[in-house]
Design a protein. Structure first.
Length: 215
């Protein structure tokens, strides 16, 4: 994972220790080899402290340059707490990928896509609360001089949740990032990797990406 860190504040002394530790945990996360991840400029108006990462799922079996899915994760922190978050931290994410034609017409796709997120968090044993989000399915059709192009569809999942906190802040920010990367690989169509939830024994498979269901 990229080792570069953005400046968390004008002075490190102004940055809460809990937030600094959470950011360090994000950068120490061990992710699947298909994930290419790096810091990006964080939004400045959502919270007093924010750290953002952007990630791409690459097709390692092909040329290693083909993007299968991409997204971003932002960790927000307000030491005074936030009523809507029900806590002092919030994870805000975006995941998107191109869809296969047969999947794009599945009426259950939005519900299934949301289940990929909750399934990824639960498979990793991630404690969280107050989840919210949207699933958007979009299609493009080409005409005139572009009429020879094949129609394409895209799925986009925007979601946020509040990570459970302990005496020293977020229990394990790295696991939240790892679960989100599992989701990215899921929407990219990669087979789920067996995962061992934090604090548990055994291997739990992630829910599989599925196509249209028989009517």
């Amino acid at each position: 994972m990229a080792a570069a860190h953005e400046h968390l504040a004008d002075s490190a002394d102004e940055t809460p220790i809990a937030f600094r530790q959470a950011v360090e945990a994000l950068h120490a996360a061990r992710l699947r080899p298909e994930i290419d991840i790096a810091p990006m400029p964080a939004p400045k108006r959502l919270a007093p402290f924010a750290h953002a990462l952007e990630a791409t799922v690459l097709d390692r079996e092909a040329d290693g340059e083909t993007d299968l899915a991409d997204g971003r994760l932002v960790l927000l922190h307000d030491p005074d707490g936030h009523d809507a978050w029900q806590g002092t931290f919030r994870v805000v994410t975006l995941a998107r990928a191109e869809l296969e034609p047969e999947m794009a017409t599945d009426p259950l796709l939005p519900e299934v896509c949301w289940s990929w997120l909750t399934g990824a968090l639960e498979a990793r044993g991630v404690p969280y609360g107050a989840p919210s989000g949207t699933v958007t399915r979009a299609g493009s059709y080409y005409f005139g001089g572009l009429g020879d192009r094949t129609p394409d569809s895209q799925i986009e999942l925007r979601a946020s949740w509040t990570p459970a906190e302990g005496p020293h802040g977020v229990r394990d920010a790295a696991v939240h990032l790892t679960a989100w990367c599992d989701l990215l690989c899921q929407v990219a169509g990669l087979p789920p990797a067996p995962v061992e939830p934090a604090g548990r024994g055994g291997v739990v498979p992630l829910p599989q990406r599925r196509g249209p269901q028989p009517r």
